[in-house]
Design a protein around this ligand. Structure first.
Ligand code: SF4
Length: 226
């Protein structure tokens, strides 16, 4: 995304509850507030990406600390080694925004760019942030697949596509791990369970499931049947 988009995003104050939360969020462990990004977290990745991965929102002590999606928390620690195995990342481990990670054919962002209390954005916050997501989609000219993590990100994408006139109703496209829908705008919408620590610990999702889905997405952008 261009510099102006990023500047506007990181200065955004559209959601009072989230702005207030960012101003009061207590740091974890020995860290201080100066160690935290504590602003809206922009997406990042390959500008020529054919795949956009959309999470829910920055993790309080992960992306909200490091300033890069899925960096520094359990969801990212689970996900990046698998992105590496699937050929979307140049290294399996991530730790901070300058750790040398490069994504290939993949851009990563969140449906909501500010960390919400208890990981639960309100409907209004999803709606406030959707124009940023729309800009990210529009800024990826090679985009073919939108891979959503969790029902919140999936539904926010559905609402975006409905607002754009791409789909007529949300009910016709139910969420489920591994479901995929070819949309009228040519994009393939793919759903996954979120890679949150909770989902991993409860075995809702495991490495094999997520890697299999990533490999399927790889085949989809290569023009093979998923
Ligand atoms: S969640 Fe999105 S719309 Fe709301 S304040 Fe953060 S960047 Fe702005």
């Amino acid at each position: 995304m261009d510099a102006e988009f990023t500047r506007n995003l990181v200065d955004c104050h559209k959601c009072p509850r989230l702005v207030n939360y960012l101003q009061t969020l207590a740091p974890k462990g020995q860290r201080s507030r100066d160690d935290y990004w504590n602003r809206p977290v922009p997406g990042f990745g390959d500008p020529a990406a054919r795949v956009l991965l959309v999470g829910l929102a920055p993790g309080a002590h992960g992306a909200n600390r490091t300033g890069r999606p899925f960096t520094g928390d359990g969801a990212g620690d689970f996900m990046y080694p698998l992105l590496y195995q699937a050929g979307f990342a140049n290294q399996p481990e991530v730790s901070h925004a300058d750790d040398g990670l490069r994504l290939t054919d993949l851009y990563i962002s969140n449906a909501v760019k500010c960390v919400p209390p208890e990981n639960k954005p309100t409907a209004a916050e999803f709606a406030n942030c959707r124009p940023y997501l729309a800009s990210e989609l529009a800024g990826l000219p090679q985009l073919q697949v939108v891979l959503t993590l969790g029902q919140g990100a999936f539904t926010s994408c559905l609402r975006l596509f409905r607002d754009q006139g791409v789909i007529s109703s949300l009910g016709a496209l139910p969420f489920g791990h591994g479901v995929s829908y070819l949309l009228e705008n040519g994009l393939m919408l793919v759903a996954s369970y979120h890679t949150s620590r909770y989902n991993v610990q409860t075995r809702r999702i495991d490495e094999a499931m997520f890697l299999k889905l990533l490999q399927r997405v790889r085949r989809l952008v290569a023009g093979e049947n998923g």
